[in-house]
Design a protein around this ligand. Structure first.
Ligand SMILES: NC(=O)c1ccc[n+]([C@@H]2O[C@H](COP(=O)([O-])OP(=O)(O)OC[C@H]3O[C@@H](n4cnc5c(N)ncnc54)[C@H](OP(=O)(O)O)[C@@H]3O)[C@@H](O)[C@H]2O)c1
Length: 307
């Protein structure tokens, strides 16, 4: 049987399409932005640091001088920043073909978002939940649009514990557990949103992907002794950020992709390899957990689906 080896050569012309990539200046988001822009899409680079974003834009322009790249400030730790970003997008654009919820942080020290949420769940889930709800009316109006979230192998170890969502300086914090929870949340959100949109008759496709283990800036906080074994493993079984970006890029562009699919690398334990449809855990498909997360997200962000 012929192997399913997908490459970016299979992506058609994206001229006229508008893509939004969160965290577009680094790692997976940077590589995805380069590919989308190289295929003609206008890409809104949603970044928290404008000087890093400007550098990334210049780097892409050196390779693709005609790339249509727009820098817009977005800080996912701050609902008011997400609000301003979304309002600006809705003012300036008549369509959003793809929203790639990619930005993320991993195993950072305990800290709080501007809205008093624990940082990892705050950035990785609640910020993207808020952003998606704000942009959904425009995404829904755009034919063949999709929303893709970047999850992780770490979701397999994730457990949902709503008591940890709000920052509390007296709470015991486990960095890796908090990251795993936030990545499980990416999948619970994807499947929960897919169900809700289908019930409402929306044609928006909702998908997720993960990059295996890829050499990006994400691991900058894995420096403590307790993470040494993980670092060793990472160095043995990782892939480039370019290879790691392919599952997300495929989820965003493959015309045969279906709502609810999850893409990841094909190799051993999905750490590296070419991008294929894969499976997430039973827990990530739990309707009960999807509903709990949705209710908490609604309570915390005051946002919900408004088509
Ligand atoms: N690399 C891997 O092996 C791996 C494995 C599994 C999943 N992932 C997922 O892949 C996604 C991308 O990560 P990466 O590996 O490409 O890491 P990265 O190189 O560190 O990129 C992360 C991006 O997110 C941005 N970001 C962080 N906090 C933000 C905030 N508050 N507001 C807006 N943007 C923010 C960063 O901006 P700055 O540059 O300003 O910090 C950066 O652009 C993440 O969701 C991560 O969980 C990665």
């Amino acid at each position: 049987m012929k192997k399913d080896i997908w490459t970016t050569n299979q992506i058609g012309d994206l001229t006229g399409k508008v893509f939004i990539v969160t965290g577009a200046n680094s790692g997976i988001g940077f590589e995805a932005t380069k590919v989308f822009a190289g295929k003609g899409a206008q890409v809104i680079m949603a970044c928290r640091n404008q000087s890093k974003a400007q550098d990334a834009k210049q780097q892409i322009l050196r390779e693709f001088p005609d790339a249509k790249l727009v820098l817009m400030q977005l800080d996912l730790t701050d609902f008011s920043s997400i609000e301003s970003f979304s309002n600006e997008v809705k003012l300036q654009y008549q369509r959003i073909d793809v929203l790639l919820n990619n930005a993320g942080i991993m195993t950072v020290p305990y800290g709080s978002t501007k809205d008093n949420l624990e940082l990892q769940i705050g950035v990785n889930h609640f910020g993207h939940f808020y952003l998606t709800m704000k942009l959904l009316p425009l995404i829904d109006k755009t034919p063949n649009s999709r929303i893709v979230s970047i999850a992780s192998i770490a979701h397999k170890f994730g457990k949902l514990n709503p008591t940890t969502f709000v920052y509390d300086e007296n709470r015991k914090y486990h960095t890796a557990r908090a990251y795993a929870q936030s990545k499980l949340a990416n999948l619970l959100f994807t499947y929960g949103l897919q169900t809700r949109l289908e019930e409402l008759g929306s044609k928006v496709k909702v998908l997720a992907a993960h990059p295996g283990i890829s050499r990006t800036n994400l691991g900058e906080h894995i420096k403590t002794l307790s993470y040494k074994p993980i670092r060793g493993l990472i160095n043995l079984f990782n892939q480039s950020q370019q290879e790691g970006s392919l599952p997300g890029i495929r989820a965003c562009t493959d015309s045969s992709a279906k709502s609810g699919q999850y893409y990841g690398p094909s190799g051993f334990y999905e750490m590296k390899g070419h991008p294929v449809v894969t499976k997430s855990t039973k827990r990530s498909h739990s309707k009960e957990l999807q509903n709990i997360l949705w209710e908490e997200s609604h309570k915390i962000t005051k946002q919900d689906i408004l088509l």
